[in-house]
Design a protein around this ligand. Structure first.
Ligand SMILES: [Zn+2]
Ligand SMILES: [Zn+2]
Length: 240
């Protein structure tokens, strides 16, 4: 009964969404163009905008994945930050269409964007850390709507056979946005912790949507290493 692509309920829901897309094609989330006439309507992003989704290429900072103009080792941020993770790599730079779509996924509840982003993330994971288990950054308690990182993790698990270990939890605390890097690190320390009974081991990859200061993935890496992980790398959708 359960064919490739998920349980029957999912298939029905997807089929209904496809039909709805044909009847009410809607607009591209990035440029606002009508989606009628688009061959791929699985995600509300037109073909022209999809071409604009260009992954970062080398040279990039081996610490945080920021694109660099010249190959010269780590960027200034990483040289002073003292991150606990071994490396962080991002698919995209957080700007333009990527930024708009990530915001639509994070705060606009545009869940279908996961279908657009997951293949990029899956490719980067298989290039950088093949076969390594993935640990999603834990969602904020009390968050309304689905957590985008968890949605991406589910898609990686289901469609790309990535092993996902939900080893981390997060306690409530002050919002991160307005804080400096030092305050962010302090704010997160102890709030992100390993789940009861979980035993992290070996090499792990923490995944997150946006790498901003690195404080979140750093707190995840610290918790995992303190609980037994040998090495933690990070892979994110975008780097700011
Ligand atoms: Zn468009
Ligand atoms: Zn860097």
């Amino acid at each position: 009964m359960t064919a490739a692509g998920g349980p029957p309920v999912d298939q029905v829901r997807r089929a209904m969404a496809r039909v709805a897309g044909i009847i009410f094609p809607g607009r591209c989330l990035a440029c606002g163009a009508w989606m009628d006439g688009e061959t791929d309507q699985s995600v509300p992003v037109c073909a022209r905008c999809r071409i604009g989704l260009v992954p970062i290429t080398d040279p990039r900072c081996p610490g945080c994945g920021m694109p660099l103009l010249v190959e010269e080792g780590r960027c200034t941020r990483c040289r002073t930050a003292g991150y606990a993770f071994a490396s962080s790599t991002a698919v995209f730079a957080y700007r333009g269409i990527v930024r708009d779509l990530v915001i639509a996924l994070k705060s606009g509840g545009r869940r279908r964007l996961v279908l657009l982003f997951a293949p990029f993330l899956a490719r980067l994971l298989s290039e950088r850390r093949p076969g390594t288990a993935v640990v999603p950054v834990p969602s904020r308690p009390g968050r309304s709507g689905p957590d985008p990182v968890e949605l991406l993790a589910r898609e990686l698990e289901r469609r790309y056979g990535v092993q996902v270990l939900r080893l981390l939890r997060r306690r409530p605390g002050a919002a991160q946005k307005s804080l400096s890097l030092t305050d962010r690190l302090r704010n997160l320390q102890g709030r992100i912790h390993v789940a009861r009974g979980a035993r992290p081991a070996g090499a792990l990859v923490v995944i997150d949507d946006v790498f901003t200061t690195g404080a979140t993935v750093d707190a995840c890496a610290r918790a995992l290493i303190a609980a037994g992980a040998a090495r933690v790398d990070a892979v994110t959708l975008a780097v700011d």
